[in-house]
Design a protein around this ligand. Structure first.
Ligand code: COA
Length: 188
């Protein structure tokens, strides 16, 4: 399975002058994240979720680039959403390297708070799923949580046809469950 993301995913949507969100979203570029973007990505995750998630994100990002330097595949791709070259969102794919080859998980997914509700998450999700489908993945899963920090995420995923397919009680904290969503990539 090809894990390289060398292209800039630059979909040319038709602009509707009456729709500011559509205009903004057509100015969003999605490209492969680079190591030099790490600080800003970690900041976005800290602001959109919380400091603990930012700390874990730093660990996964550092590990990813360590693997890359050593020609090892950690199963992850990180994709950055930019506006005028400024990072404003993070998305990506995460394949368990020991798991089924046609299943992927959504990677870290967040939009800088001041840019939320402008259609950027939608664009990130559509392009991420398109990339996943083009790589031959059949189904995408999402790991999220039951607490308030992830309420927007749960609403967003449900809006995009993801269905809750499981949960693990008390996974993140004694009172916070892991919630798993999934959907088929065909017909996204
Ligand atoms: C989830 C997230 C990435 C969505 O990004 P976004 O750019 O705001 O999403 P969009 O503007 O594309 O929203 C598309 C649609 O999703 C739904 N939606 C998005 N945010 C929502 C919210 N806070 N409450 C209810 N519905 C929401 C709406 O239907 C929205 O369409 P509308 O604005 O026309 O009503 C963003 O809220 C975020 O970063 N949240 C915090 C981090 C997080 O929870 N990430 C998921 C971790 S697993």
């Amino acid at each position: 399975m090809n894990n390289d993301v060398d292209n800039e995913y630059d979909s040319q949507e038709s602009k509707d002058p009456a729709d500011k969100d559509a205009e903004l979203s057509s100015d969003i570029r999605i490209r492969e994240m680079r190591y030099t973007d790490s600080e800003e990505v970690i900041e976005i995750i800290g602001l959109a979720m919380n400091k603990e998630e930012a700390r874990w994100a730093k660990e996964t990002i550092d590990f990813h680039y360590f693997c890359e330097q050593n020609n090892q595949d950690d199963g992850r791709n990180y994709l950055l959403a930019t506006l005028n070259n400024q990072p404003i969102g993070i998305t990506g794919l995460h394949r368990y390297i020991w798991g089924p080859e046609d299943i992927t998980w959504l990677g870290w997914f967040a939009v800088r708070p001041e840019y939320q509700r402008m259609g950027i998450g939608k664009k990130m999700m559509e392009e991420t799923c398109e990339i996943a489908r083009s790589r031959g993945f059949r189904k995408i899963f999402i790991e999220t949580y039951s607490n308030d920090d992830f309420e927007k995420g749960r609403e967003f995923y449900e809006k995009f046809g993801f269905v809750q397919t499981g949960s693990i009680d008390g996974y993140l904290k004694p009172d916070t469950d892991m919630v798993v969503y999934s959907r088929d990539l065909n017909g996204f």
